[in-house]
Design a protein around this ligand. Sequence first.
Ligand code: NOJ
Length: 556
Amino acid sequence: MDEAVPVRFTQDAEWWRSAVIYQVYVRSFADGDDDGIGDLRGVRERLPYLAELGVDALWFNPWYPSPFADGGYDIVDYRSIHPWFGSLEDAEALIAEARELSIRTIIDVVPNHISDQHPWFQEALAAGPGAPARERFWFHPGKGEDGATIPTRWVSSFQGSTWTRTTTAEGTPGEWYLHLFTPEQPDLNWNHPDVRREHEEILRFWFDRGVAGVRIDSAALLVKDPELLEVGESADGSHPIQDRDELHDIYRSWRSVADGYPEPRVLVGEIWLDDVDRFAAYLRPDELHTAFNFDFMTRPYLAASLRESIDRTLRAHAPVSAPSTWVLSNHDVTRPVTRYGREKSGFAFLDKRFGTPTDLALGTRRARAMSLVVAALPGCLYIYQGDELGLPEVEDLPLERIEDPMHYRSGGVDPGRDGCRVPLPWSGGLPPYGFSELAEPWLPQPDDWGSRTVAAQASDPHSMLALYRRTLAARRSSDALRHGDFAWLTGFSADVLAFRRGDDMVCILNMGETPVPLPAGDVVIASGPLSDDLLPRDTAVWLQTASAPVDAENQG
Ligand code: NOJ
């Protein structure tokens, strides 16, 4: 595939440094066969929409065969496509058609765990204690005489224990196995050569089919301490299940697989770590290319906090020469227009509760402004499907329709993540809004989304979609925004975020109450109305101006 590159397709091997990447949650994007579930045919039909939006690449959430115990992050076969979504041929056609439109494809790989229905795990269960097939996982006897006590008290990312007890062939309680997420997602043992070999082969399988890169799920969790110490027990301060040093060897090896292609493939890590220097260590030149900037994504809508996050992000990335990424949301977190309208506008999984109030008009103004900020920051930009339509979190899904294990494992107090996974509205005034033809979508859509459809927004110059289209077009045509240096501007109050890219592109967001006088310059784009050269509250603007003074001491 590398030889037959279309003329318009950028052959720049460093495209990922400033790319705009659109996240497709296939199940909820567009339903091409009218069964209420989004699919690859649906995506293929909507590729012109994505090209017009102006994105450089698509990242697909897992599209593999899976029982969907965790939204497809429980994979049964890494080399094929879930029948809901289509076939391998459909995926190949999609990759090629996207490429014709100058759009690259990134897929999700999930190396930390597999489905409990995967043949390896089924084989391990059948084989019994001590069998080699169990060594690909973390099977362990329980503590105490009867083995009834869990091997460690590690806490699952989805709450509760990380161990589930098996039943022996005789029907008695057996060994326990480790799962950092649900019991349907047993963790793989990355000390086992089969596990390492298999995953490198999976990478090659997809890279050979023209996939431009992979998003690596739970990338900092793969390796565990074989001593099974409790958190905080190790003498060297290392964590038993997170960010272990051995991970770096794995990613160096993956990098050599990725670099073996004429157009090197790209590795993107899902890495949640508070320590930015440890985070940046994964982005050394022979490891991953980029990783999601969750620090920024989870910050509240406060100038000091966002400024601090931008500073620490840029400082941490500089020594490893990796680009930062900027993300407002994804399929795991509350939609920005809902989150930024809340009193507590930061994001934390454990804080999610039913009935938390929000002001959607305020949240929408802020999300519009933040979309200009992230598109102006240096590095790579991720957009989660539906954010370009300003979709709110759906907070009143009927309880019996919620599928997310985060909801169930919280005992029902956490609404879970389905509220940001509701099928997209494309056209029309009523559900299914062109998502399906007639079929009822797998999750119900709100009745009041008629004004949020793609069709309604495409003809409204003030819509969120129109703003996104203009913003991405302006970014694409600006060298300063794609490649220019970053510097904070001086002379603004503490509740204003103001920075310059390159010699003459300036982004200013007023988060304070008082309107801010704009420096002289040409307005390229604004997130809301301006009044007499004043920037109102919760409004951002891009200005072309060479005259705004920068803070030479503090260039990020
Ligand atoms: C991170 C994914 O984004 C999330 O959706 C999933 O539940 C966990 N990893 C487990 O795979």
